[in-house]
Write a protein that binds this ligand. Sequence first.
Ligand code: 13P
Ligand code: SF4
Length: 338
Amino acid sequence: MSILSGISFFKSPSKAILLDMLVQQSSQLKEEILRLKKEKDVVILAHNYQIPEVQDVADFTGDSLGLSRQAATVPQKTILFCGVNFMAETAAIISPEKKVLLPDTEAGCSLSDSITVDELRNWKKQHPGAIAVGYVNTTAEIKAELDYCCTSSNAVNVVKAIPEDKEILFLPDMFLGSFVAKMTGRKNIHIWAGECHVHAGITPEDVNKKLESLNDSELVIHPECGCTTPFMYDVADGSFDNSKVSILSTEGMLKHVTESKSKNFVVATETGILHRMKQDNPEKTFVPASEKAECQYMKMIDLQKVHDALVHETNVVTVPKEIADKARLAIDRMLAIS
Ligand code: 13P
Ligand code: SF4
């Protein structure tokens, strides 16, 4: 036996032991989290992009709209929000009487960073009388400047609810904005040129490659994707089968793949969503349009941080009252429509 093969012989059992220890540690943490949340009467909300272990300890997993609704209606006085900063802020705005904890306050969002309050105020000045519609992926300060908030699942309905003659400023996501303009046929809509680096990175080439590799597959796309626009046009001009492509929010995607008769799906969004898709539909096949589509902010939260947030109840997300009161108007208008 060579020295090298001897090393690998000794290495492999220690790797296995290490893995075993990690699994044990993770299941102990999981048990402790479940015990603590019950003892402290805390509800855990997790976005569909969270790592599988975190989704598995949550009371509710969902999209931005679904989690906002849950935050507003759950009886618990403390919400542990496993998502990114703007989501926890939205929960704090909707339920000012509740304590909202974010396991890692550094969990931001490149899309919400793509517009500042000063930029929005200047844009509004250039279009007096226009209605400002902003995606939920915005800071509380931006929301306080909006007329309407929207999420990926209700953006079309929110825009449809605005009188035809009113100019609209749609922000900050240009792909969602162009999807909404196309779906509503609206010409007087101005779109901010912001994007999410994760979704913008999913290209039509990525999607086509995966569609070719998976026979008879359906395509589900999040409207924040850079690949959304060409596929929308393909569907519109008949070069792609309409029934085989759906542009949906993350929760809309989960519902769709469960209800569809298709067995194979190419999924164009952050890869975290595949966990629940596979869990809910073990007999179906799901492949990500791009394995690289991982949001590093969503992935900042792990079981240890969830545990620590439950123990110490630090990392409380608060929004100053004057900002929250204004932002709540835009969020409430959205919730009333959808
Ligand atoms: P959903 O509202 O569809 O969950 O999307 C939120 C998000 O951050 C997408 O990147
Ligand atoms: Fe923000 Fe994109 Fe991450 Fe969603 S996936 S939280 S839009 S950076």
